[in-house]
Ligand binder design. Structure first.
Ligand code: RP5
Length: 163
């Protein structure tokens, strides 16, 4: 299947966080590709990846990075595709550095910034699927089914003392 989402990250060490985006994309039936692209260690690859993304058929890019997290912003500077940024929780500053690096973009170059860590990665996958769902009915139905199931699971088990 032609990948519609590019799931990239600054380091292999980001995978334990970013795999939650992959899990959500798989659950919702969205084809994706994934690889390490580092803003600082492989800057030429970053430019090539971002510049060719649209022509290669990608519709959304999810970019995760930690610390001096320049990957999402630099990717956004080189493509008109929507870029979703996931701040990976850093050891030194617990991801606050990642969050601010990704969120504080100058006006005119947009990155949709998610929450720090697992929740952010999960929601990046969900939001990417919602974007794909605007033109792919199967994905939109999968998103709706996921949401309905999630709501029902809470309603079916409202006692906070029970698992
Ligand atoms: C960032 O530096 C990466 O996104 C990662 O979160 C962080 C640390 O990378 P490693 O030193 O673990 O490769 O570029």
């Amino acid at each position: 299947m032609q990948p519609l989402v590019g799931l990239i990250m600054g380091s292999k060490s980001d995978w334990p966080t970013m795999e939650h985006a992959a899990t959500m994309l798989e659950k919702l039936g969205v084809a994706y590709e994934t690889k390490v692209v580092s803003a600082h260690r492989t800057p030429d690859l970053l430019f090539e990846y971002a510049k060719s993304a649209s022509a290669r058929g990608l519709k959304v890019i999810i970019a995760g990075a930690g610390g001096a997290a320049h990957l999402p912003g630099m990717v956004a500077s080189q493509t008109a595709l929507p870029v979703l940024g996931v701040p990976v929780q850093s050891k030194a500053l617990s991801g606050l550095d990642s969050l601010l690096s990704i969120a504080q973009m100058p006006g005119g170059v947009a990155v949709g910034t998610l929450a720090i860590g697992k929740a952010g990665a999960t929601n990046a996958g969900l939001l990417a699927a919602q974007i794909i769902g605007t033109f792919d009915q199967d994905v939109q139905q999968a998103v709706e089914a996921f949401r309905t199931e999630q709501t029902q699971a809470v309603l079916d088990n409202p006692d906070p003392r029970e698992d």
